[in-house]
Design a protein around this ligand. Structure first.
Ligand code: SF4
Ligand code: SF4
Length: 383
């Protein structure tokens, strides 16, 4: 933990929210809504989930009351940062017919993308989700074609990360090397300290922009004892992950499992509901929809999230190539844990555990990967 760290209390956290608001950021952070931690605009420190934690297991999510007043005392919520910087629905263009003219506008004055997107300050981003943002940066910015809308949102976004102090039952970021302490990709990072002393947050500065914002907040230098307390929080959280994923040789295990009988087993449980892909902070597949209004005068092209669990997703001329659930699950997990490494240089999984928590059939990527490792492969033809 950085020696030059600073310290803020709850008033300082309010000061940070105010400083971001004064710079024109829409601050989006964790709130309690409909029995879950969900992302929403945050104006006041009291908007945060004071005293709320969660219970998470396969197909299980419940809020629980904590016995302290932690404001970041929960694991990964239902949403990551993905919907903010890579929305589920996005207008690509809108066309209008006027007489014999047809005009296409990328930024329609009446449309949802009118003008450049507002700058967002993402408050309370966990380390797993920071790594997921970095993966999206690689996929959407770092290759031949840049996603311009994503680029605008990312360039304008300010990230206040937070150490995950109370990992959930489905978390396994420690075994993926992606948490629980934010190590990169933030402007500021907070570690909440509730060790019997005053309720406070150790603040690490990640960028000059972060230092500039913090300069307007009462944030004295942290004492060595505060830094040690934060280190202890990280060590304790690392030891309390609900799950682990053995990544040793995992890519080869997946590639060798193309004909594993395990795919039939998981297909007998999987509903192909797409939940796992929608909650996953790294999934980025989309489709395009063209719609017209009833007058025939306005047409739109929209980009919408899609999923490799949809049969239509693999439609090419003549039909779908993955008509069975077994092949769609195989595609998803093989891409996540094997092909992604070859494509983008990292695993496609950051260990957030959301696909386990929000799978209605309680299918667990860590259990499936372990099962594939130990399931005998069918004998090769002719052997
Ligand atoms: S693995 Fe679970 S969440 Fe994913 S499609 Fe199948 S049933 Fe739905
Ligand atoms: S595959 Fe599951 S655990 Fe991994 S990043 Fe996606 S949602 Fe999180």
């Amino acid at each position: 933990m950085a020696d030059e760290a600073r310290l803020i209390d709850l008033d300082g956290l309010q000061g940070l929210i105010d400083a971001l608001g004064a710079r024109g950021y829409t601050v989006v952070g964790p709130t309690v809504c409909d029995g879950a931690i969900v992302s929403a605009p945050v104006h006041d420190v009291d908007d945060l989930p004071h005293g709320w934690g969660d219970e998470q297991d396969a197909a299980h999510y419940r809020l629980r009351r904590r016995d302290d007043d932690a404001v970041f005392g929960f694991a990964a919520g239902a949403q990551s940062a993905k919907p903010v910087v890579f929305p589920a629905h996005e207008l690509i263009w809108r066309g209008r017919r006027t007489g014999t003219e047809f005009t296409v506008n990328e930024r329609d004055a009446d449309g949802p993308t009118a003008g450049p997107p507002p700058p967002y300050a993402l408050l309370g981003v966990k380390s797993c989700d920071l790594h997921a943002l970095a993966i999206h940066d690689t996929v959407l910015l770092g290759r031949g074609y840049t996603d311009t809308r994503y680029a605008e949102r990312r360039a304008g976004s300010f990230v206040v990360a937070v150490t995950c102090t109370d990992p959930g039952g489905t978390c396994f970021c420690a075994s993926m090397g992606t948490g629980p302490h934010p190590d990169t990709g933030f402007d500021l990072a907070l570690t909440e300290l509730l060790d019997g002393g005053p309720h406070r947050f150790l603040v690490e500065v990640g960028t000059p922009r972060g230092a500039e914002v913090l300069a307007g907040v009462v944030a004295p230098p942290a004492a060595a004892s505060d830094v040690a307390a934060a280190d202890a929080v990280v060590a304790q959280a690392t030891g309390r992950m609900g799950r682990t994923l053995d990544t040793d040789g995992l890519k080869d295990v997946l590639y060798a499992s193309a004909e594993s009988p395990r795919w039939d087993d998981v297909a007998s449980r999987c509903l192909a509901c797409t939940n796992c892909t929608l909650v996953c902070p790294t999934c980025f597949c989309t489709s395009v929809e063209d719609v017209a209004d009833l007058t025939g005068d306005v047409a739109e092209r929209r980009r919408v999230w899609d999923s490799c669990f949809n049969e239509d997703f693999s439609y090419i001329h003549g039909g779908s190539i993955r008509t069975e659930t077994r092949s769609r699950y195989r595609q998803w997990i093989t891409h996540k844990l094997a092909a992604w490494v070859d494509q983008f240089g990292t695993s496609g999984c950051v260990g957030c555990g959301r696909c386990i928590t929000w799978c209605p059939a309680a299918i667990d990527i860590t259990a499936e990967a372990a099962a594939l490792r130990w399931t005998p492969q069918p004998a090769a033809a002719g052997s």
